[in-house]
Design a protein around this ligand. Structure first.
Ligand SMILES: Cc1cc2nc3c(=O)[nH]c(=O)nc-3n(C[C@H](O)[C@H](O)[C@H](O)COP(=O)(O)OP(=O)(O)OC[C@H]3O[C@@H](n4cnc5c(N)ncnc54)[C@H](O)[C@@H]3O)c2cc1C
Length: 390
Protein backbone atom coordinates (compact mmCIF):
# COMPACT_ATOMS: atom_id res chain seq x y z
CA UNK A 1 0.00 0.00 0.00
CA UNK A 2 1.46 3.36 -1.05
CA UNK A 3 0.61 6.60 0.75
CA UNK A 4 0.24 8.31 -2.61
CA UNK A 5 -0.03 7.09 -6.18
CA UNK A 6 0.49 9.77 -8.84
CA UNK A 7 -0.90 9.26 -12.33
CA UNK A 8 1.15 11.20 -14.90
CA UNK A 9 4.76 12.35 -14.93
CA UNK A 10 4.33 15.80 -16.55
CA UNK A 11 5.21 19.00 -14.63
CA UNK A 12 2.33 18.48 -12.21
CA UNK A 13 2.90 14.80 -11.42
CA UNK A 14 6.67 15.24 -11.20
CA UNK A 15 6.35 18.26 -8.87
CA UNK A 16 3.89 16.34 -6.69
CA UNK A 17 6.31 13.40 -6.66
CA UNK A 18 9.23 15.57 -5.57
CA UNK A 19 7.24 17.18 -2.75
CA UNK A 20 5.83 13.81 -1.63
CA UNK A 21 9.32 12.28 -1.62
CA UNK A 22 10.72 15.18 0.41
CA UNK A 23 7.86 14.81 2.90
CA UNK A 24 8.66 11.11 3.34
CA UNK A 25 5.47 9.70 1.77
CA UNK A 26 5.78 6.26 0.22
CA UNK A 27 4.96 7.26 -3.35
CA UNK A 28 4.51 5.58 -6.71
CA UNK A 29 4.40 7.65 -9.90
CA UNK A 30 2.97 5.98 -13.00
CA UNK A 31 3.56 7.46 -16.46
CA UNK A 32 2.27 5.90 -19.67
CA UNK A 33 5.05 7.21 -21.92
CA UNK A 34 8.73 6.38 -21.86
CA UNK A 35 10.67 9.52 -20.92
CA UNK A 36 12.03 11.74 -22.38
CA UNK A 37 8.78 12.31 -24.26
CA UNK A 38 7.43 15.09 -26.50
CA UNK A 39 4.53 17.29 -25.34
CA UNK A 40 2.90 19.93 -27.60
CA UNK A 41 3.71 23.30 -25.97
CA UNK A 42 5.08 26.78 -26.69
CA UNK A 43 7.68 26.18 -23.98
CA UNK A 44 7.39 29.58 -22.24
CA UNK A 45 8.15 29.28 -18.55
CA UNK A 46 7.23 32.52 -16.73
CA UNK A 47 9.29 34.03 -13.93
CA UNK A 48 6.38 33.08 -11.65
CA UNK A 49 6.69 29.43 -12.77
CA UNK A 50 10.43 29.54 -12.05
CA UNK A 51 9.70 30.92 -8.57
CA UNK A 52 7.50 27.86 -7.83
CA UNK A 53 10.45 25.48 -8.27
CA UNK A 54 12.47 24.63 -5.15
CA UNK A 55 15.71 24.56 -7.19
CA UNK A 56 17.43 26.68 -9.81
CA UNK A 57 16.86 25.54 -13.35
CA UNK A 58 20.29 24.71 -14.85
CA UNK A 59 21.56 26.71 -17.82
CA UNK A 60 21.52 23.53 -19.91
CA UNK A 61 17.70 23.40 -19.65
CA UNK A 62 17.14 27.12 -20.44
CA UNK A 63 17.21 27.83 -24.18
CA UNK A 64 16.51 31.59 -24.16
CA UNK A 65 15.92 34.42 -21.75
CA UNK A 66 12.90 36.48 -22.74
CA UNK A 67 12.61 40.13 -21.76
CA UNK A 68 10.43 41.55 -24.55
CA UNK A 69 7.00 40.91 -26.07
CA UNK A 70 5.80 42.00 -29.51
CA UNK A 71 2.00 42.01 -29.80
CA UNK A 72 0.36 42.21 -33.23
CA UNK A 73 -3.21 43.00 -34.19
CA UNK A 74 -4.45 43.61 -37.75
CA UNK A 75 -1.17 44.74 -39.36
CA UNK A 76 -0.25 46.92 -36.35
CA UNK A 77 2.01 45.94 -33.52
CA UNK A 78 3.59 47.25 -30.36
CA UNK A 79 6.52 46.06 -28.37
CA UNK A 80 7.27 46.26 -24.67
CA UNK A 81 9.88 44.86 -22.34
CA UNK A 82 11.42 44.82 -18.91
CA UNK A 83 14.97 45.03 -17.63
CA UNK A 84 15.00 41.54 -16.15
CA UNK A 85 13.61 38.31 -17.53
CA UNK A 86 9.86 37.94 -18.04
CA UNK A 87 10.23 34.28 -18.91
CA UNK A 88 12.58 31.65 -20.25
CA UNK A 89 12.06 29.28 -23.14
CA UNK A 90 12.52 25.56 -22.58
CA UNK A 91 11.89 22.43 -24.66
CA UNK A 92 9.37 20.19 -22.95
CA UNK A 93 11.22 17.04 -23.93
CA UNK A 94 14.19 18.25 -21.82
CA UNK A 95 12.34 20.18 -19.10
CA UNK A 96 9.80 17.46 -18.24
CA UNK A 97 12.52 14.82 -18.12
CA UNK A 98 14.56 17.06 -15.82
CA UNK A 99 11.58 17.54 -13.46
CA UNK A 100 10.96 13.79 -13.37
CA UNK A 101 14.61 13.20 -12.42
CA UNK A 102 14.26 15.83 -9.65
CA UNK A 103 11.33 13.78 -8.35
CA UNK A 104 13.29 10.52 -8.64
CA UNK A 105 16.19 11.91 -6.58
CA UNK A 106 13.88 12.11 -3.52
CA UNK A 107 13.59 8.31 -3.55
CA UNK A 108 10.05 7.85 -4.87
CA UNK A 109 9.25 4.90 -7.12
CA UNK A 110 8.69 5.84 -10.78
CA UNK A 111 7.36 3.49 -13.43
CA UNK A 112 7.28 4.80 -16.99
CA UNK A 113 5.73 3.06 -20.00
CA UNK A 114 2.88 1.91 -17.75
CA UNK A 115 -0.58 3.29 -18.43
CA UNK A 116 -3.24 3.55 -15.74
CA UNK A 117 -6.46 2.05 -17.03
CA UNK A 118 -8.70 2.66 -14.04
CA UNK A 119 -8.76 3.63 -10.40
CA UNK A 120 -11.45 2.27 -8.15
CA UNK A 121 -12.18 3.70 -4.72
CA UNK A 122 -12.43 1.10 -1.95
CA UNK A 123 -13.39 1.76 1.64
CA UNK A 124 -9.90 2.50 2.93
CA UNK A 125 -7.83 2.89 -0.23
CA UNK A 126 -7.87 3.22 -4.02
CA UNK A 127 -7.11 0.34 -6.35
CA UNK A 128 -5.12 1.47 -9.39
CA UNK A 129 -5.16 -0.86 -12.38
CA UNK A 130 -2.51 -0.43 -15.03
CA UNK A 131 -1.48 -2.20 -18.22
CA UNK A 132 0.95 -4.30 -16.11
CA UNK A 133 -0.17 -4.42 -12.46
CA UNK A 134 -2.66 -3.51 -9.77
CA UNK A 135 -1.54 -1.20 -6.95
CA UNK A 136 -3.14 0.11 -3.78
CA UNK A 137 -2.80 3.69 -2.60
CA UNK A 138 -4.25 5.57 0.35
CA UNK A 139 -4.61 8.58 -1.94
CA UNK A 140 -4.37 9.03 -5.71
CA UNK A 141 -3.41 12.20 -7.53
CA UNK A 142 -4.66 12.32 -11.12
CA UNK A 143 -2.15 14.48 -13.01
CA UNK A 144 -2.90 13.00 -16.42
CA UNK A 145 -3.01 16.31 -18.32
CA UNK A 146 -5.90 17.58 -20.40
CA UNK A 147 -6.71 14.65 -22.64
CA UNK A 148 -7.12 11.76 -20.17
CA UNK A 149 -10.49 10.60 -18.87
CA UNK A 150 -9.66 9.48 -15.31
CA UNK A 151 -10.42 13.03 -14.13
CA UNK A 152 -14.13 12.38 -14.78
CA UNK A 153 -14.07 10.31 -11.57
CA UNK A 154 -13.90 13.69 -9.82
CA UNK A 155 -15.43 16.27 -12.15
CA UNK A 156 -17.64 16.47 -15.22
CA UNK A 157 -16.34 17.12 -18.74
CA UNK A 158 -15.81 20.60 -20.18
CA UNK A 159 -18.10 22.18 -22.76
CA UNK A 160 -16.57 23.30 -26.07
CA UNK A 161 -16.57 26.88 -24.73
CA UNK A 162 -14.52 25.75 -21.71
CA UNK A 163 -11.41 24.53 -23.48
CA UNK A 164 -9.11 25.65 -26.27
CA UNK A 165 -7.41 23.73 -29.03
CA UNK A 166 -3.70 24.40 -29.38
CA UNK A 167 -1.75 23.56 -32.55
CA UNK A 168 2.00 23.79 -32.70
CA UNK A 169 4.92 23.09 -35.04
CA UNK A 170 8.61 23.13 -34.28
CA UNK A 171 10.41 24.66 -37.26
CA UNK A 172 14.18 24.34 -37.41
CA UNK A 173 16.40 27.31 -38.34
CA UNK A 174 19.91 28.53 -37.67
CA UNK A 175 20.33 30.16 -34.27
CA UNK A 176 21.80 33.30 -35.80
CA UNK A 177 18.71 33.80 -37.99
CA UNK A 178 16.39 33.13 -35.07
CA UNK A 179 18.20 35.57 -32.79
CA UNK A 180 18.30 38.35 -35.35
CA UNK A 181 14.57 37.98 -36.08
CA UNK A 182 13.51 37.76 -32.41
CA UNK A 183 16.28 38.97 -30.06
CA UNK A 184 15.00 37.93 -26.62
CA UNK A 185 11.47 38.61 -27.87
CA UNK A 186 8.33 36.51 -28.13
CA UNK A 187 5.90 37.31 -30.90
CA UNK A 188 2.14 37.16 -30.24
CA UNK A 189 -0.54 37.66 -32.92
CA UNK A 190 -4.03 38.44 -31.68
CA UNK A 191 -7.08 38.13 -33.93
CA UNK A 192 -5.88 34.85 -35.48
CA UNK A 193 -8.30 32.58 -33.59
CA UNK A 194 -11.26 33.52 -31.39
CA UNK A 195 -10.44 33.23 -27.69
CA UNK A 196 -6.71 32.89 -28.33
CA UNK A 197 -3.76 33.93 -30.48
CA UNK A 198 -0.95 32.83 -32.74
CA UNK A 199 2.67 32.79 -31.55
CA UNK A 200 6.25 32.54 -32.73
CA UNK A 201 8.76 31.72 -29.99
CA UNK A 202 12.52 31.71 -30.72
CA UNK A 203 13.89 28.49 -29.21
CA UNK A 204 17.44 27.15 -29.59
CA UNK A 205 17.65 25.84 -33.16
CA UNK A 206 13.93 26.08 -33.89
CA UNK A 207 10.86 28.29 -33.76
CA UNK A 208 7.78 27.14 -31.88
CA UNK A 209 4.94 28.38 -34.08
CA UNK A 210 1.39 27.82 -32.96
CA UNK A 211 -2.21 28.87 -32.79
CA UNK A 212 -4.71 28.39 -29.95
CA UNK A 213 -8.37 29.33 -29.71
CA UNK A 214 -11.63 28.33 -28.06
CA UNK A 215 -12.60 24.88 -29.39
CA UNK A 216 -16.12 25.97 -30.31
CA UNK A 217 -14.84 28.57 -32.78
CA UNK A 218 -11.77 26.75 -34.11
CA UNK A 219 -13.48 24.29 -36.40
CA UNK A 220 -10.96 24.34 -39.24
CA UNK A 221 -7.97 24.53 -36.96
CA UNK A 222 -5.40 23.11 -39.42
CA UNK A 223 -6.46 25.65 -42.09
CA UNK A 224 -6.05 28.49 -39.56
CA UNK A 225 -2.64 27.14 -38.56
CA UNK A 226 -1.44 26.72 -42.14
CA UNK A 227 -2.53 30.27 -43.01
CA UNK A 228 -0.69 31.61 -39.96
CA UNK A 229 2.47 29.72 -40.93
CA UNK A 230 2.40 31.01 -44.50
CA UNK A 231 1.67 34.62 -43.49
CA UNK A 232 4.77 34.52 -41.32
CA UNK A 233 7.13 33.15 -43.93
CA UNK A 234 7.04 29.45 -42.99
CA UNK A 235 6.19 27.78 -46.26
CA UNK A 236 7.45 24.18 -45.85
CA UNK A 237 5.60 20.99 -44.97
CA UNK A 238 5.62 20.92 -41.18
CA UNK A 239 4.40 18.37 -38.70
CA UNK A 240 1.52 19.94 -36.74
CA UNK A 241 0.66 18.66 -33.26
CA UNK A 242 -2.61 19.51 -31.58
CA UNK A 243 -3.70 19.26 -27.98
CA UNK A 244 -6.46 20.42 -25.64
CA UNK A 245 -5.96 23.35 -23.23
CA UNK A 246 -8.59 23.77 -20.48
CA UNK A 247 -9.73 27.34 -19.81
CA UNK A 248 -8.86 28.20 -16.24
CA UNK A 249 -10.85 30.18 -13.70
CA UNK A 250 -13.98 28.09 -14.23
CA UNK A 251 -15.19 26.48 -10.98
CA UNK A 252 -14.48 22.76 -11.17
CA UNK A 253 -14.35 20.09 -8.45
CA UNK A 254 -10.77 18.93 -7.83
CA UNK A 255 -11.19 16.48 -4.93
CA UNK A 256 -13.43 13.63 -3.88
CA UNK A 257 -12.91 11.28 -0.97
CA UNK A 258 -9.44 9.87 -1.87
CA UNK A 259 -8.81 11.32 -5.34
CA UNK A 260 -7.29 14.69 -6.23
CA UNK A 261 -6.78 16.43 -9.58
CA UNK A 262 -3.88 18.74 -10.40
CA UNK A 263 -2.51 20.65 -13.39
CA UNK A 264 -4.42 20.44 -16.66
CA UNK A 265 -6.58 17.60 -15.31
CA UNK A 266 -7.93 20.11 -12.78
CA UNK A 267 -8.26 22.85 -15.44
CA UNK A 268 -5.55 25.10 -13.91
CA UNK A 269 -4.55 27.18 -16.96
CA UNK A 270 -4.48 30.96 -17.51
CA UNK A 271 -7.55 31.69 -19.67
CA UNK A 272 -5.89 34.66 -21.42
CA UNK A 273 -2.40 33.32 -22.19
CA UNK A 274 -2.76 29.53 -21.94
CA UNK A 275 0.04 29.42 -19.36
CA UNK A 276 -0.35 26.12 -17.52
CA UNK A 277 3.07 24.90 -16.40
CA UNK A 278 3.25 27.22 -13.36
CA UNK A 279 -0.13 26.08 -12.05
CA UNK A 280 0.62 22.45 -12.88
CA UNK A 281 3.79 22.64 -10.78
CA UNK A 282 2.21 24.55 -7.90
CA UNK A 283 -0.97 22.44 -7.70
CA UNK A 284 1.09 19.23 -7.75
CA UNK A 285 3.15 20.53 -4.83
CA UNK A 286 0.03 21.57 -2.88
CA UNK A 287 -1.66 18.20 -3.48
CA UNK A 288 1.35 16.35 -2.05
CA UNK A 289 1.55 18.74 0.93
CA UNK A 290 -2.11 18.21 1.82
CA UNK A 291 -1.84 14.41 1.47
CA UNK A 292 1.27 14.47 3.63
CA UNK A 293 -0.63 16.34 6.38
CA UNK A 294 -3.41 13.72 6.29
CA UNK A 295 -0.98 10.79 6.39
CA UNK A 296 1.51 12.19 8.90
CA UNK A 297 -1.05 13.65 11.33
CA UNK A 298 -3.70 10.97 10.75
CA UNK A 299 -6.30 13.62 9.92
CA UNK A 300 -9.90 12.92 8.88
CA UNK A 301 -10.53 12.15 5.21
CA UNK A 302 -12.69 15.27 4.92
CA UNK A 303 -9.51 17.36 5.41
CA UNK A 304 -8.54 16.49 1.85
CA UNK A 305 -10.86 19.36 0.88
CA UNK A 306 -8.10 21.62 2.22
CA UNK A 307 -6.45 21.07 -1.16
CA UNK A 308 -9.20 23.06 -2.89
CA UNK A 309 -8.90 25.97 -0.48
CA UNK A 310 -5.08 25.99 -0.67
CA UNK A 311 -5.23 26.16 -4.46
CA UNK A 312 -7.76 28.99 -4.23
CA UNK A 313 -5.59 30.91 -1.78
CA UNK A 314 -2.40 30.33 -3.71
CA UNK A 315 -3.40 31.04 -7.32
CA UNK A 316 -7.22 31.03 -7.51
CA UNK A 317 -7.29 34.82 -7.92
CA UNK A 318 -4.83 34.61 -10.82
CA UNK A 319 -7.01 32.15 -12.72
CA UNK A 320 -10.23 34.02 -11.93
CA UNK A 321 -8.55 37.28 -13.06
CA UNK A 322 -7.28 35.66 -16.25
CA UNK A 323 -10.82 34.55 -17.08
CA UNK A 324 -12.10 38.12 -16.62
CA UNK A 325 -9.29 39.48 -18.75
CA UNK A 326 -10.00 36.90 -21.46
CA UNK A 327 -13.68 37.83 -21.42
CA UNK A 328 -12.85 41.51 -21.90
CA UNK A 329 -10.14 41.13 -24.53
CA UNK A 330 -11.47 38.16 -26.49
CA UNK A 331 -15.12 39.15 -26.03
CA UNK A 332 -14.61 42.43 -27.91
CA UNK A 333 -11.36 41.80 -29.77
CA UNK A 334 -11.57 44.56 -32.40
CA UNK A 335 -12.15 47.32 -29.88
CA UNK A 336 -9.97 46.05 -27.05
CA UNK A 337 -6.89 45.11 -29.10
CA UNK A 338 -7.09 48.30 -31.18
CA UNK A 339 -7.18 50.31 -27.96
CA UNK A 340 -4.31 48.23 -26.58
CA UNK A 341 -2.16 48.78 -29.68
CA UNK A 342 -2.83 52.53 -29.49
CA UNK A 343 -2.13 52.85 -25.78
CA UNK A 344 1.20 51.27 -24.84
CA UNK A 345 0.48 51.64 -21.12
CA UNK A 346 -1.89 48.67 -21.52
CA UNK A 347 1.00 46.36 -22.42
CA UNK A 348 3.48 47.99 -20.02
CA UNK A 349 1.14 47.62 -17.05
CA UNK A 350 0.24 44.09 -18.14
CA UNK A 351 3.91 43.10 -17.99
CA UNK A 352 4.44 44.79 -14.60
CA UNK A 353 1.19 43.96 -12.86
CA UNK A 354 0.16 40.63 -14.36
CA UNK A 355 3.29 38.89 -15.67
CA UNK A 356 5.58 40.00 -12.83
CA UNK A 357 3.30 40.76 -9.84
CA UNK A 358 0.34 38.49 -10.76
CA UNK A 359 -2.03 41.25 -9.71
CA UNK A 360 -4.84 40.52 -12.17
CA UNK A 361 -7.51 42.11 -10.03
CA UNK A 362 -6.16 45.66 -10.06
CA UNK A 363 -5.05 45.36 -13.67
CA UNK A 364 -8.49 44.29 -14.95
CA UNK A 365 -10.11 47.10 -12.93
CA UNK A 366 -7.69 49.66 -14.34
CA UNK A 367 -8.09 48.26 -17.87
CA UNK A 368 -11.88 48.52 -17.82
CA UNK A 369 -11.65 52.06 -16.46
CA UNK A 370 -9.13 53.10 -19.08
CA UNK A 371 -11.33 51.62 -21.84
CA UNK A 372 -14.25 53.68 -20.52
CA UNK A 373 -12.14 56.84 -20.33
CA UNK A 374 -10.73 56.63 -23.85
CA UNK A 375 -12.74 58.22 -26.56
CA UNK A 376 -14.55 55.11 -27.79
CA UNK A 377 -16.45 56.81 -30.64
CA UNK A 378 -13.32 58.08 -32.41
CA UNK A 379 -11.55 54.76 -31.72
CA UNK A 380 -14.42 52.82 -33.25
CA UNK A 381 -14.37 55.16 -36.26
CA UNK A 382 -10.64 54.61 -36.80
CA UNK A 383 -11.14 50.88 -36.28
CA UNK A 384 -13.90 50.77 -38.92
CA UNK A 385 -11.56 52.57 -41.32
CA UNK A 386 -8.82 50.02 -40.59
CA UNK A 387 -11.19 47.09 -41.11
CA UNK A 388 -12.43 48.56 -44.40
CA UNK A 389 -8.84 49.12 -45.57
CA UNK A 390 -7.94 45.47 -44.83
C1 LIG B 1 -0.09 23.99 -27.93
C2 LIG B 1 0.12 24.28 -26.47
C3 LIG B 1 1.01 25.28 -26.08
C4 LIG B 1 1.22 25.54 -24.73
N1 LIG B 1 2.15 26.48 -24.37
C5 LIG B 1 2.41 26.71 -23.06
C6 LIG B 1 3.44 27.62 -22.68
O1 LIG B 1 4.15 28.17 -23.53
N2 LIG B 1 3.65 27.84 -21.36
C7 LIG B 1 2.91 27.20 -20.39
O2 LIG B 1 3.13 27.44 -19.20
N3 LIG B 1 1.95 26.32 -20.73
C8 LIG B 1 1.69 26.04 -22.04
N4 LIG B 1 0.75 25.11 -22.39
C9 LIG B 1 0.02 24.40 -21.31
C10 LIG B 1 0.92 23.32 -20.71
O3 LIG B 1 1.42 22.48 -21.72
C11 LIG B 1 0.13 22.49 -19.69
O4 LIG B 1 -0.56 23.34 -18.83
C12 LIG B 1 1.04 21.57 -18.87
O5 LIG B 1 1.67 20.62 -19.70
C13 LIG B 1 0.23 20.84 -17.79
O6 LIG B 1 1.06 19.94 -17.11
P1 LIG B 1 0.43 18.59 -16.52
O7 LIG B 1 1.53 17.92 -15.79
O8 LIG B 1 -0.84 18.88 -15.83
O9 LIG B 1 0.01 17.74 -17.81
P2 LIG B 1 0.93 17.11 -18.98
O10 LIG B 1 2.12 17.93 -19.20
O11 LIG B 1 -0.01 16.87 -20.12
O12 LIG B 1 1.40 15.72 -18.38
C14 LIG B 1 0.48 14.68 -18.17
C15 LIG B 1 1.24 13.35 -18.20
O13 LIG B 1 0.35 12.31 -17.83
C16 LIG B 1 0.61 11.17 -18.64
N5 LIG B 1 -0.63 10.36 -18.65
C17 LIG B 1 -1.82 10.68 -19.20
N6 LIG B 1 -2.72 9.69 -18.99
C18 LIG B 1 -2.07 8.72 -18.29
C19 LIG B 1 -2.46 7.44 -17.78
N7 LIG B 1 -3.69 6.97 -17.97
N8 LIG B 1 -1.55 6.70 -17.13
C20 LIG B 1 -0.28 7.16 -16.95
N9 LIG B 1 0.15 8.36 -17.42
C21 LIG B 1 -0.73 9.14 -18.07
C22 LIG B 1 0.94 11.79 -19.99
O14 LIG B 1 1.69 10.88 -20.80
C23 LIG B 1 1.76 13.01 -19.59
O15 LIG B 1 3.14 12.76 -19.54
C24 LIG B 1 0.51 24.82 -23.73
C25 LIG B 1 -0.39 23.81 -24.12
C26 LIG B 1 -0.57 23.53 -25.48
C27 LIG B 1 -1.51 22.42 -25.87
Amino acid sequence: MFDLIIIGGGPSGASAGRTAGKKGLSTLLLEKENFPRYKPCGGTLSSYALSCLDFKLPESVVERNISRVRAHFMNDFLEGGKEGNLAVLISRIVFDNFLLEKARETGIKIRTGEKVLDCIEKEDCVEVRTTDNTYLGRFVLIAEGSSGSLKYKVRSGDKRTEYCLGLVSEIPDEDRAIMSRFPGTIDIHFGIARGGYGWIFPHAGYYSVGVAGTAQYLEHSKVVMQKFLQENGFSGEYLIHSHIIPIGGIKRATVNSRLLLSGDAAGFVDAFTGEGMAYAIRSGQLAAEVVSDLVNYDLKLSKLKKYESRCRQDFGNFLAGSLKLAKVMYGFPEISFTLAIDNREILDRYLDEVVIDRNYKDYVKWLLLSFCLTDPISKIKSLTEKINKN
